[in-house]
Design a protein around this ligand. Structure first.
Ligand code: ADP
Length: 424
């Protein structure tokens, strides 16, 4: 599948899933509103019935609009006299039960003269023997100082309504599972695609790196087969030397790749030697100075660490410095100006390698330490590699309990910073 097709497929799939989720949210809301409406209506009817029964008992004439909803879960009802709490409670329980509203509620009887609650209680349908007296009804203020009234609050109204929406809850759960499954599939698909790209890249690089020595060996072997060369021992020796050199180059290259590819972070065999990082850097610089001066560049060296000693493996730590300096030159298109510096920070030894190269984008900064990863734009024609250098660096730094960080601005340059514990 081409990159464009994959992007289109993913976008379409996200769009359709988004529509399904939005539709589900819409219908769940609608179903909730409907259930809430029904709940309110049933409460209205039940409380109106209670008021009616009290009035009949008291021989009162009916007032207009006896029941009002004062908050989403609170209702009040006007009455002409303060009813006996137990009577009111029994009537409420009876009417709620009849309306199939077996939901815990709180009620309060209010006095218009003192403007406060006369009696309040919390009722649970689960245990009808529990009557918990309350001198304040949660969420119900005194609303009507001009008359007697009682208020009813359903503290768990939302949970009660949600319980009625079990089909919607179930279907939402199924949709959530689909979304999780879909996201997982997409991420696995992208990962697979990236691995396939990395593999192709690696095979291309490997082929390129191996083709030159193989063809040189082939040409030299052809030359040796030529009778005029066989009879010329000097030329023969030259061709044999070429074959030998190219063969050993090939061998070391293949070995290096295999060794690094097989490197696992927790299984690096390290020597524990006392190392002077300044000495290691100076030795490495001897190699790189020539390379940089050929490109008319410069290397600034600021070795300021008062304590440049650390414990570690000389060969591996040297390779780390080599790899960073090598990359600093490799990934600089302009004249290379490299700075290598050290300093101490508490017990730490900080080493940084700064270049004025092509830089690395934020997204790629997270990936460059992965095995075989190469920044696609970093794949300049002249810059060959296997994407193993920084993986090796990170593995070795980690094995030494150190840290590596990169700061970089695309087009400006990069700074790789290493942090090791100093040897006291
Ligand atoms: P290789 O150099 O063999 O490709 P590395 O693991 O050393 O492998 O580096 C991985 C990638 O990180 C490189 O392909 C390159 O794109 C990027 N990179 C590494 N060092 C630098 C640097 N100093 N400046 C810019 N890009 C860099």
């Amino acid at each position: 599948m081409s990159r464009k097709t994959i992007i289109i497929v993913i976008l379409l799939a996200i769009l359709s899933l988004g529509l399904i989720v939005a539709g589900q949210v819409f219908w769940v809301r609608k179903a909730y509103d409907l259930q809430e409406d029904q709940f309110n209506k049933r409460v209205f009817v039940a409380i109106s019935e209670v008021v009616q029964r009290i009035r009949i008992m008291n021989n009162d004439s009916a007032a207009t609009e006896p029941v009002q909803q004062v908050a989403s879960n609170s209702f009040i009802a006007n009455i002409n006299d303060t009813p006996h709490p137990f009577l009111l409670e029994d009537l409420l329980k009876d009417e709620f039960e009849r309306s199939n509203l077996k939901e815990d509620f709180e009620y309060g009887i209010y006095d218009c003269f003192t403007d406060s609650i006369v009696y309040g209680s919390r009722i649970s349908f689960k245990d009808l023997n529990v009557r918990e007296q309350a001198d304040q009804i949660h969420g119900l203020k005194e609303f009507q100082p001009d008359g007697h009234y009682f208020g009813v609050v359903f503290p768990n109204k939302s949970a009660f309504i949600l319980k009625q929406l079990d089909f919607w809850m179930y279907s939402s759960f199924v949709i959530l599972l689909i979304v999780i499954f879909f996201s997982y599939t997409i991420s696995a698909m992208l990962k697979q695609k990236r691995l396939a790209e990395i593999k192709t890249d690696f095979v291309n690089n490997m082929t390129h790196e191996l083709k030159t020595p193989i063809s040189t060996i082939g040409l030299s072997a052809d030359a040796i087969a030529n009778p005029s060369i066989i009879s010329n021992p000097e030329r023969l020796a030259q061709y044999v030397a070429i074959i030998r050199n190219e063969n050993s180059r090939l061998k070391s290259q293949v070995e290096r790749v295999l060794q690094i590819a097989a490197l696992t972070p927790n299984k690096v065999n390290l020597k524990d030697e006392l190392l002077d990082i300044h000495l290691i850097i100076n030795n490495a610089l001897a190699t790189f100075r020539m390379q940089v001066s050929e490109l008319e560049g410069s290397i600034d060296v600021n070795l300021r660490a008062g304590n440049p000693f650390m414990k570690g493996d000389l060969v591996h730590i040297t390779n780390v410095i080599y790899n960073l300096l090598d990359n600093a030159i490799k990934y600089t298109q302009a004249t290379p100006h490299i700075e290598i510096s050290t300093h101490n920070q508490g017990d730490d030894l900080i080493i940084s390698v700064k270049d004025n190269g092509i830089g690395i984008s934020k997204a790629n900064q997270k990936m460059i330490f992965e095995k075989f990863y190469r920044v696609p734009t970093g794949n300049l024609h002249s810059v060959r590699g296997f994407g193993l250098g920084l993986y090796y660096v990170k593995t070795i730094v980690k094995a030494h309990h150190g840290k590596i960080e990169v700061e970089s601005i695309l087009g400006k340059g990069s700074t790789f910073t290493l942090k090791y514990k100093t040897a006291q």
